[in-house]
Design a protein around this ligand. Structure first.
Ligand SMILES: [Zn+2]
Length: 256
């Protein structure tokens, strides 16, 4: 884990500071600098999933195509519209569902699977303080989502995406225990912040490249509105859209 290297580096730097600056007025200034550096690196590492700082995530594809991934559903309004667009265009996507919403809308979950898409785990609660959960609480939250998905679809997902893309050492331990893969993204569409369709499509078009894992949200009407244009653009540019398991070469469900 990169975090252990950073800790080792900071401890060594602090020890050296005592040796070099121990007798001078600079000591506390240098130690303060090391502490600030440590805090900055940890803050960056926990908030940037691509940094693979606490958890090694898959953030890019292996083959020359892209995959569409949708977080935070299922949603009774937008998910069916997204499924319709995907069906019309014969595109398969991956849905990182929130467990409590899956329980609320089991028919949508079944529809997602029946139409050939992949279901993945995005935690049960998606609690805004999930980053502060103890290992035990985090594990039971992630497991509860797996159980909800299993009860509805008969399959136990292997792919997990941390809510808000925030990771910490507890995620690393829990995911290893549960034998789950952390899946990040390489292109964040920012559909949660886009004000209109034009802004969203521009954001995606300007950055899209082969091997991208694209992060979208299926609870947003704007994303449902824009999806036909996103797929249309890929078609025009000759960019293939593959299911995530094929893009990254991993099995999406537990096999017995
Ligand atoms: Zn989310």
């Amino acid at each position: 884990m990169k975090h252990n290297l950073v800790i080792a580096f900071c401890i060594t730097a602090a020890a050296l500071s005592f040796v070099i600056f121990g007798e001078t007025d600079y000591l506390w200034f240098v130690l303060g600098g090391i502490a600030l550096l440590f805090i900055s690196v940890v803050a960056y590492g926990s908030s940037q999933i691509q940094a693979n700082y606490f958890v090694k995530s898959i953030n890019k594809g292996r083959v020359k195509a892209i995959a569409l991934t949708f977080d935070d559903g299922p949603d009774p309004e937008s998910t069916p519209r997204i499924l319709e667009t995907l069906r019309e265009n014969n595109v398969k996507a991956t849905f990182f569902v929130i467990g409590r919403k899956a329980v609320e809308y089991p028919d949508l979950l079944r529809q997602i699977v029946e139409e050939g898409h992949t279901i993945a785990n995005h935690s049960y609660s998606h609690h805004y303080l999930i980053g502060l959960f103890s290992s035990k609480k985090l594990r039971s939250d992630i497991q509860r989502c797996n159980e909800a998905i299993r009860d509805i679809t008969g399959q136990v997902p292997v792919f997990f995406r941390p809510p808000f893309g925030v990771t910490n050492p507890r995620y690393a331990g829990v995911l290893k225990d549960l034998k789950m893969e952390s899946i990040g993204w390489s292109l964040r569409s920012m559909d949660t912040r886009a004000k209109n369709k034009y802004q969203l499509i521009q954001k995606i078009i300007s950055k899209l490249k082969p091997r991208d894992i694209v992060l979208l949200h299926d609870h947003l009407p704007l994303t449902a509105d824009t999806l036909p244009d996103i797929i249309g653009h890929c078609r025009e540019m000759g960019i293939k859209i593959e299911p995530l398991p094929r893009l990254i070469g991993k099995e999406p469900y537990e096999t017995n």
